[in-house]
Ligand binder design. Structure first.
Ligand SMILES: N[C@@H](CCC(=O)N[C@@H](CS)C(=O)NCC(=O)O)C(=O)O
Length: 170
């Protein structure tokens, strides 16, 4: 356990296949923060049940509960973890470098992922009448377009931005 996490009661509402929750799990692990997992089975619709909506009215994972405060949205949670548990750092010190890394994070979290979320895909099927092949084509299109752009921003490795692991890798 990270020394600064002692005394805090940390719970992560999560689902094993959720990439947004994965980001938070990776950061928690890298920073050595002890937490309890609360599984929310997205395929069974647990995100829409009252028990979870009482935690996150948006019905999305991840949600991180720190003592009695609920944090939502993986970018905000990652920034919180970076602020409160700075070791190991997942952002460099220079503002310009930090902004470049955050830009890549946003490319993934704001422009690729939301278009392929369960709720969006279900809407395409049930309300827009799209078949599975069309939905798969939609999914693949936004991932391909996003990843093509992402490749242009990556530096020579081993990590996305060079020698150090950052939020872009997370
Ligand atoms: N922008 C949010 C996205 C959270 C999100 O959409 N999580 C997905 C799983 S990856 C979810 O809970 N989906 C439930 C649904 O669409 O019904 C974040 O980065 O935390």
């Amino acid at each position: 356990m990270n020394s600064s996490s002692r005394g805090k009661d940390v719970q992560l509402y999560t689902y094993f296949r959720s990439s947004a929750a994965y980001r938070v799990r990776i950061a928690l692990a890298l920073k050595g923060i002890a937490y309890a997992s609360v599984p929310v089975n997205l395929l069974k619709g647990a995100q829409d049940e009252n028990a979870f909506k009482a935690v996150n009215p948006q019905g999305r994972v991840p949600a991180l509960v720190v003592d009695n405060d609920v944090l939502i949205q993986s970018p905000a949670i990652l920034e919180y973890l970076e602020d409160c548990y700075p070791h190991p750092p997942l952002l460099p010190s220079l503002p310009l470098d930090r902004a470049k890394i955050r830009g890549v994070c946003s490319l993934i979290a704001c422009d690729i992922h939301p278009l392929n979320n369960i709720g969006v895909l279900r809407y395409l099927r049930h309300w827009m009448g799209q078949d599975q092949a069309s939905i798969d084509a939609w999914y693949a299109h936004w991932i391909r377009e996003g990843f093509d752009a992402l490749e242009c921003f990556l530096k020579p490795g081993p990590f996305a931005f060079g020698q150090h692991l950052t939020l872009a890798d997370v």
